[in-house]
Design a protein around this ligand. Structure first.
Ligand code: SF4
Length: 155
């Protein structure tokens, strides 16, 4: 069982009401049982919704209340992101998922890199909020751009 960002499977849960369908993920689904999750929807946010980015740190800092997730209009929606991370963890634990493939650079789902909080498409080091919580609980998190996932479509 692998958790997968629902937007990567073609579900229209992205902030702009669209998706991030990935050929690599469609290939992965032929070989593994996957569980679609959208942490931002699980946190109670609507679709579509305004874009949001982490400011003042990364996902683990949001979980410890040292950084915030701010919407593009300046609203603090950190609690929804934390709730979404917690609900995603519940799904992972109840299904026995030990790994996840989550959307690269998202403030919820990013791994190793996230948008830097300026809403200018710039990248900073760090994990999204959900990724940070899953990693703390020992769940391996990859992105659709991870070599092992890309290799699936080349075999
Ligand atoms: S929260 Fe994750 S699954 Fe949901 S739209 Fe954003 S990147 Fe995709």
């Amino acid at each position: 069982m692998i958790l997968v960002s629902a937007c990567l499977m073609g579900v229209d849960c992205k902030y702009n009401g669209k998706n991030n369908k990935s050929l690599e993920i469609l290939e992965l689904m032929k070989h593994k049982q996957v569980i679609p999750v959208c942490p931002e929807q699980l946190g109670g946010l609507t679709t579509p919704r305004l874009a949001a980015e982490i400011q003042g740190g990364e996902g683990k800092d949001v979980l410890s209340k040292k950084a915030k997730v701010l919407r593009k209009d300046g609203a603090d929606i950190s609690e929804a992101f934390i709730k979404g991370a917690e609900e995603t963890l519940k799904i992972a634990e109840s299904m026995g998922a030990k790994s996840a493939v989550l959307k690269a650079r998202s403030p919820s789902c990013g791994t190793g890199e996230i948008y830097d909080g300026t809403f200018k498409g710039k990248i900073a080091k760090g994990d999204g909020v959900t990724t940070a919580l899953l990693k703390m609980k020992g769940i391996q998190v990859l992105t659709e751009e991870s070599d092992i996932i890309i290799a699936l479509t080349n075999r």
